[in-house]
Write a protein that binds this ligand. Structure first.
Ligand code: NAD
Length: 352
């Protein structure tokens, strides 16, 4: 894909995560790039661990600093994906979120500055906070957060400050792209076989609740809406950003989301339950599925505050990258359930 003589060398930290593992597979399948990865675990990478262009080390980014410095120096593009990215954790462990999501990543950003390496960094749709605008725009939208005791915002605030730091380094020469995923979903988001409430992000939690015949809990009735984006669409966009043909992604910020998949959380629950009916072993689970409403205070505790709507403008990505999402919500859910319930080999069947 790249036009350089030697293949691009990509360093991906958090390679075993939801985005990291899908992106790693896609880079190995669809490009000739050399991929260097680190994560504290490797269970989502088992299908690529022996690949001759994948060089993986199990390790903690806050400890293995020398390995990271050496590989930032060696690689062309650095993608730091390590973070705590589950809202239940923001209210329970705010300082841990700050230390990992902000402090540990700032170190890596500074290494990219030191060695003049291109940085592709995950911001988040959460940075817009409670912005009341109908459609969120990278350049124009405001970022609106609640009071300090609403600890949920420590994640958004950490990400926002890093966005600003990276932008400022960009003015001094750093080559970067900031991308903002809008509720990416798909196989291996979190562990569907972990029934503990709050251990997963909501999409996985709902699937897990149906599997384990536990009621789906809609926080404050589930009227909040999100623009759910299938992982393959997100990864397609990331490949274009990493390839960076003619510098099309340099020093830019992109929302990566699917405005056509904007539904309420209550509707998401209904669509997931309906989709289970296609799997003979789970029809009874779907028929017996229960949906209940729970207050946000009860579910997340008093330090939570919600975001009611979150629709991305994706004009910037369309214009600069020629990218737009193509997978509708029903298909995204079916592909996820095919992977988890019918054990379809997702790595072999997903877009080539
Ligand atoms: P994830 O939680 O699935 O992956 C994070 C990975 O980091 C995990 O594999 C974890 O094992 C690893 N990790 C954690 N601590 C580590 C450490 N100290 N050393 C090494 N590895 C460590 O998250 P994700 O969904 O893949 O998200 C990746 C990035 O994208 C994060 O920065 C997240 O905030 C951002 N993001 C994701 C979404 C989304 O929809 N998934 C939305 C907005 C932003």
């Amino acid at each position: 894909m790249n036009e350089k003589q030697s293949p691009l060398k990509v360093l991906i930290l958090g390679a075993n995560g939801f985005i990291g593992s899908s992106l790693t597979s896609a880079m190995l399948r669809r490009t000739d790039w050399e991929v260097y990865g680190m994560d504290v675990g490797d269970h989502k990478l088992t299908h690529v661990l022996g690949h001759n262009r994948f060089h993986f080390v199990e390790g903690d980014i806050t400890i293995n600093r020398e390995w990271i410095e050496y590989h930032v120096k060696k690689c062309d593009v650095v993608i730091p994906l390590v973070a705590i990215a589950n809202p239940a954790q923001y209210v329970k462990h705010p300082l841990r979120v700050f230390e990992l999501d902000f402090e540990a990543n700032l170190e890596i950003v500074r290494k990219c500055v030191k060695y003049g390496k291109r940085l592709v960094f995950p911001s988040t749709s959460e940075v817009y906070g409670m912005c009341p605008e109908e459609v969120l725009d990278e350049q124009a939208s405001n970022m609106v957060y609640g009071p300090i005791d609403k600890q949920r915002w420590i994640y958004a605030a950490s990400k926002q400050l890093l966005d600003r730091v990276i932008y400022a380094y960009g003015l001094e020469g750093l080559d970067y792209t900031l991308f903002r995923p809008f509720n990416w979903i798909g196989p291996k988001l979190d562990n569907v076989m972990e029934p503990k409430e709050g251990s997963s992000r909501l999409f996985t939690q709902f699937i897990s609740n149906v599997i384990f015949k536990k009621p789906i809990q809609l926080v404050d009735g589930g009227s909040q809406s999100r623009s759910f984006t299938f992982i393959d669409d997100g990864v397609d966009c990331l490949l274009k950003i990493i390839e960076n043909k003619d510098g099309c992604a340099s020093r830019k910020i992109f929302n990566i989301g699917n405005p056509n998949n904007n539904v309420s959380v209550a509707d998401l629950a209904k669509i997931i339950i309906e989709a289970f009916k296609h799997y003979p072993d789970y029809q009874e689970h779907a028929e017996q599925a229960q949906v209940v409403s729970v207050s946000s205070q009860e579910y997340f505790g008093k330090y939570y505050q919600d975001i009611y709507t979150r629709v991305p403008s994706i004009e910037a990505a369309k214009e600069a990258l020629g990218w737009w999402p193509t997978v509708d919500l029903q298909t995204a859910i079916r592909r996820t359930l095919d992977y988890h319930l019918a054990h379809e080999d997702y790595e072999l069947t997903s877009a080539a």
